[in-house]
Design a protein around this ligand. Structure first.
Ligand code: 5RP
Length: 230
């Protein structure tokens, strides 16, 4: 295998190498972390897992991994997940698969958060992907109008709902100059259950896979993409 899937597989398998027996592990959602889960299924580890989606839970259980509810685990040693965009300060856009709310809870539960991506996800500035939003199905038109008043250039509903039964929307704000500021703004909008912006401080490691099967570890550049430097 070579090309995009080889890059995802390389990153995902390298993510699995961060996990050792005895750990409590958060399992993300998507085609890259899928390779992490497949690799874990091939090893004989005594681990307890928390899944960020029903599809991840089903995959993990089908491989014989032990999956428990977040409240049962209480805290996690490590969470591994993919991303849709990663900037030089490790700020992320997530939610391409509509699982960002559960993904954020699980990442916050973890002592270490490891992100696995192929090189196409590494960007100078967040924004091209848009910002996935999980929204309560109560006043979506009102929330949309608020988003437009906050500068959203477009707000597009998805057909699919989240695993929690909420609406999923994609809002586009153009290049995101201040990810932390936009995250704070979106968190304050009533009706938005969660947005897909993850602050760089949450992220401990970013593993980037290449089409030739090699991986590299990015190091965080704290001087980049802070509000004052943009
Ligand atoms: C799901 C996510 C995924 O991690 C993100 O969309 C990346 O997916 P993939 O590894 O398939 O490119 O946030 O909600």
């Amino acid at each position: 295998v070579s090309g995009p899937d080889a890059a995802k597989e390389a990153a995902g398998r390298a993510g699995a190498a961060c996990i050792a027996t005895g750990m409590r592990v958060g399992l993300g959602t998507g085609s890259t972390v899928r390779h992490t889960i497949l690799a874990l299924g091939q090893r004989d580890l005594d681990i307890e897992c928390v899944a960020t989606s029903e599809s991840t839970r089903e995959l993990a259980e089908s491989l014989g991994l032990r999956v428990v509810a977040p409240d049962t685990a209480g805290a996690l040693d490590v969470a591994v997940d993919g991303a849709d965009e990663v900037d030089p300060a490790f700020n992320l856009v997530k939610g391409g698969g509509g699982a960002h709310t559960r993904e954020k809870v699980v990442a916050r539960m973890a002592e270490r958060f490891v992100v696995v991506v192929d090189g196409s996800k590494v960007v100078e500035r967040l924004g091209d992907f848009g910002v996935p939003l999980e929204v309560l199905d109560f006043a979506p038109g009102v929330v949309r109008a608020w988003l437009e008043a906050l500068g959203a250039e477009s707000v597009d509903p998805r057909e699919q709902r989240s695993d929690s039964g909420n609406l999923l929307l994609d809002a586009r704000f153009g290049p995101i100059l201040d990810p932390a500021g936009l995250a704070t703004t979106l968190s304050a909008v009533p009706g938005i259950v969660e947005h897909g912006l993850f602050p760089g401080e949450m992220v401990d490691r970013v593993i980037v896979g290449a089409p030739d099967g090699s991986v590299r570890d990015l190091s965080r550049d704290p001087t980049r993409n802070t509000p004052n430097s943009m």
